[in-house]
Each structure stands twice: as structure tokens, then as C-alpha cells.
Design a binder for this molecule. Structure first.
Ligand code: ZN
Ligand code: ZN
Length: 109
């Protein structure tokens, strides 16, 4: 288990709720008095690794570039021939229409 996974597991066991935000931060909420200053400091120190852990749980693939975490894109090929990239974990391998076709196909998901 990595230090970050350990930290996440320990905090969760204590009742802390951790969530990745779109802006690349870790949002946490905890019952009053549960999170210590050291915990907050540890979260800050391992921010990228903790984020990677939380994204991983949700099925996203991530990559560390220095200490910046980036979401790994996968590529889709629309039947119209356009290629496009996305990061959504649930669609990998599926044929989904590109943005242009989605408009032309008329809202059907
Ligand atoms: Zn996709
Ligand atoms: Zn298309």
C-alpha cells in the first residue's frame, strides 16, 4: 500500500470523507475534531498522490508529471471519422459520437 493509500484508508476509518474536485484539489469533510493539523498537513504534502488514489477509485487513469497530476486521455473514433479525446472512465472502448455528430444526431444519448 502506498503512503497515500494508507493515508486515505486511515482518514476514512476515522470518518473523513474525501473527494477529488475538478480543479485538482482534495475536498474533505470530517466530523468536528477528527482531522488533526498533522492530517491536514499530510493531505497537503501527499495531495497529488491522494488525488491519484481518489481518481483511481473512480476508474480514471492518471499520470504524475512532476508533482502535477494529469488525467490520462483516451481517444475515440466517431463513425464520421473524427477523432477526439476524453477522460471519462465509463466510456472507454465504446463508440460514442463526437461533439459535432452529437448535435446532428439530436440529443440521443
Ligand atoms: Zn471516453
Ligand atoms: Zn462524428
Amino acid at each position: 500500500m502506498t503512503a497515500a493509500a494508507q493515508l486515505v484508508a486511515t482518514l476514512r476509518a476515522a470518518g473523513v470523507h474525501l473527494e477529488p474536485t475538478a480543479s485538482g484539489r482534495v475536498r474533505y469533510s470530517a466530523p468536528r475534531g477528527v482531522l488533526t493539523a498533522e492530517d491536514v498537513e499530510a493531505l497537503r504534502r501527499h495531495r497529488a498522490a491522494v488525488l491519484a488514489e481518489l481518481y483511481d477509485e473512480r476508474g480514471y487513469r492518471t499520470e504524475l508529471a512532476g508533482d502535477t497530476l494529469i488525467l490520462v486521455h483516451h481517444e475515440h473514433r466517431c463513425p464520421c471519422g473524427r477523432h477526439f479525446k476524453c477522460t471519462a472512465p465509463t466510456c472507454a472502448g465504446r463508440t460514442i459520437p463526437c461533439a459535432v455528430c452529437r448535435i446532428e444526431w439530436g440529443g440521443g444519448e
